[in-house]
Design a binder for this molecule. Structure first.
Ligand SMILES: [Zn+2]
Length: 468
């Protein structure tokens, strides 16, 4: 598989440090609010990277952190007159609801900054000992990027440019404008942890260096995140980790592109963002994931209501294909027919195309096209007058599920929950009839009919079955 590496600015063959394994770290959210569509893009993309590597037989350890103490969280707690933990717990739970809705699998480990203070203190101590960091007069600890020769190598910026852009804010006690905080002494009323330097809390960048090392080791295979994290966050992670550990930090860096709204980058600071929750309440989660993965991860995406509606329509085609296939399978007879071996071989070419696309720097756009091509073939065979055999239907269904499981385009309801859904519709119809709400009753009857379900009134109550 080839991956575009931000560090080398080249597509490179992915060779894991340890054969057969992949250690991946992706920066997670700062939990002080609902996530927006821009935050959801790396969630979906790195979820797919992980699933694909597992599909290709790698043992993947995927770590995604929660930044659960930070100025924004503390400010929100102060606004609400509560403590930072109440805020972070609430938004971790909300994050999990959205992630699950988006079909994002749980990470192997979801560490939190506040659960890793010892590891953070150990890295900061190492950096002070080696002369890369210093304790300021107020108990803050700062890192000096100018002492790291390779600073700027990830974002490909010459050190002079970075120096020109650096400022010291009012009240900061650092020696050089470039220096950044590893440890912040607590102000009155702020949460704090004991440390050799002051009662305080970690800076943002250091937590990822600490958690990556603790859970994945000093050198990891892939580090991922949004493009907006390249500088300063990831540049600083590289500097901290490499100066402390003396070995390369991440071997491949992957960054996803921005989401634009009317061609302006979506961000909280510009207040042009949409939360995943708001969009999901209106359109469901499925079209959001689809929008985020149907373009190549490095390209920008434009968010608009029109785009979301197009995504919904595209997904409907795949759902219909799936439903038709399940229906065809339920009616099909055993015994492979003549010519079906060739059809299977033709279906297999879509898997080849899918893998080829995914191997080329996770090209989900082309991989999804391969699924649509497969769906088109399936529709042709299920609609043919010469009905496909049970074996062919099952073969096609397995292949559809195999590819869909990797990329998670449509959410397939389990057979049992499909039954439950139908039972619920029938109950709703019975209720509507009782209330003489004929419009609703008819609408539900039509909906059931569209799913090839016939209902029958019997003395024992209403029964349903698939159409003969
Ligand atoms: Zn990070």
């Amino acid at each position: 598989m080839k991956i575009y590496n931000t560090l080398t600015r080249k597509k490179e063959e992915f060779v894991p440090l340890k054969e057969g394994e992949a250690k991946i770290y992706a920066c997670g959210p700062t939990v002080y609010n609902y996530i927006h569509i821009g935050n959801a893009r790396p969630l979906c993309i790195f979820d797919i990277l992980r699933r694909y590597m597992e599909y290709r037989g790698l043992k993947v350890t995927f770590v995604q952190n929660f930044t659960d103490v930070d100025d924004k969280i503390i400010n929100k707690a102060n606004e609400e007159g509560t403590d930072y933990m109440t805020i972070s717990e609430r938004y971790i739970a909300e994050y999990k609801t959205d992630a699950q809705g988006l079909g994002v699998k749980e990470a192997s480990i979801h560490p939190r900054a506040t659960e890793n203070i010892d590891e953070i203190i150990s890295i900061v101590s190492g950096l002070i000992e080696k002369g890369y960091a210093y304790v300021a007069s107020n108990g803050d600890v700062y890192f000096s990027p100018l002492k790291f020769d390779e600073y700027g190598k990830l974002s490909h910026q010459p050190i002079e440019d970075l120096e020109a852009g650096a400022r010291i804010s009012v009240g900061e006690v650092k020696e050089n404008p470039m220096d950044f905080a590893l440890w912040k002494a607590a102000k009155p009323g702020e949460p704090y942890w004991e440390s050799p330097w002051s009662k305080g809390r970690p800076g943002w960048h250091i937590e990822c260096s600490a958690m990556a090392r603790r859970y994945l080791g000093e050198t990891i295979d892939i580090h991922g995140g949004g493009q907006d994290l390249i500088f300063p966050h990831h540049e600083n992670e590289v500097a901290q980790s490499e100066c402390c550990n003396g070995v390369p930090f991440a071997r491949y860096w992957m960054h996803n592109g921005y989401i634009n709204v009317d061609n302006v980058k979506m961000s909280k600071s510009l207040n042009n963002f949409f939360t995943v929750r708001d969009v999901a309440e209106k359109y469901g989660y499925e079209p959001i994931r689809y929008l985020l993965i149907s373009s190549h991860y490095r390209s920008p995406i434009n968010y608009s209501v029109e785009n979301i509606e197009q995504c919904k329509a595209a997904l409907e085609r795949l759902h219909n294909c799936y439903d038709n296939l399940v229906f065809a399978l339920s009616k099909a007879e055993s015994g492979e027919k003549e010519g079906e071996a060739e059809i299977k071989a033709k279906l297999d070419t879509h898997r080849d195309d899918f893998i080829k696309a995914m191997d080329d720097d996770l090209n989900t756009a082309d991989a999804i096209s391969a699924i649509f091509e497969l769906a088109r073939d399936i529709n042709t065979y299920t609609a043919a007058s010469n009905a496909p055999s049970k074996e062919l239907c099952q073969y096609a269904l397995n292949l559809f599920n195999e590819l869909n499981d990797v990329i998670g385009v449509i959410t397939i309801k389990e057979e049992k929950s499909l039954d439950e859904e139908i039972e619920a519709l029938i109950a709703e119809r019975t209720e509507a009839r009782k209330n003489k709400d004929w419009a609703t009753a008819d609408r539900i009857r039509d909906e059931l009919k569209a799913r090839h379900i016939v209902i029958e009134d019997t003395p024992q109550g209403i029964k349903w079955k698939y159409e003969e």
